[in-house]
Ligand binder design. Structure first.
Ligand code: COA
Length: 173
């Protein structure tokens, strides 16, 4: 899809979803531990210090706090994921990644649309996440969703050591 059909964020997640038009990805919750292998493969291809199976299993079992969505192709293959916590009226996005072969096809956009919309339904009024200072693709994506830099955590990341930018998006509903 051309950038012309994907305007910069000016309203709700629903409006952005509508602007996306033809949907190529199916977004649905993770429902089975068996799917964590596919998540781990994408995690390991995406991050220098990937979360482990145990960390993901702990998320899967943290009902009522931790939520986990998958992006699937029409053949049901898992191409991306996003996990978040809902803490009172805040949504904390913990992880978002798309398999390298499927990037730049709006899988992350559709994941974020769904996560922000469902997070708002759960009572979240604002959303936050951390991103490496050098991670311009992710920063561009988050900017489109109305996230703005609110602070810096010095040397937050390792391998390599790098600052985290702390982003917030207000007015989720
Ligand atoms: C960041 C990431 C999740 C984006 O996933 P994606 O499915 O490729 O993103 P989308 O196709 O939905 O991109 C939406 C918009 O984000 C921006 N964007 C995404 N990737 C970009 C890139 N490589 N360069 C510049 N802008 C980019 C663009 O504005 C893009 O819109 P456009 O393609 O219409 O121009 C993916 O690159 C990834 O998994 N990276 C490694 C893991 C990671 O960094 N996760 C985030 C941790 S905070």
């Amino acid at each position: 899809m051309s950038a012309g059909l994907m305007p910069k964020f000016t309203g709700s997640g629903r409006q952005l979803a509508e602007a996306t038009m033809a949907t190529r990805w199916i977004i649905e919750p993770l429902t089975s531990r068996d799917e964590i292998d596919a998540v781990l493969a994408i995690e390991e291809a995406s991050f220098t210090s990937p979360w482990t199976r145990e960390m993901y299993l702990a998320e899967f079992d943290n009902h009522g706090v931790s939520y986990f969505y998958l992006a699937r192709g029409l053949n049901r293959d898992i191409v991306g994921f996003c996990s978040f916590w809902r803490i009172l009226d805040e949504l904390h996005i913990n992880n978002l990644a798309v398999a390298p072969a499927h990037r730049r096809s709006h899988a992350a956009t559709e994941l974020l649309n769904r996560v922000l919309e469902d997070g708002a339904k759960l009572g979240a009024k604002r959303a936050t996440l951390e991103v490496r200072r050098s991670n311009e693709p992710a920063q561009q994506l988050y900017e489109r969703f109305g996230f703005a830099v609110a602070g810096v955590r010095r040397d937050y990341y390792s391998n390599p050591v790098e600052d985290a930018l702390v982003l917030w998006r207000e007015d989720l509903s």
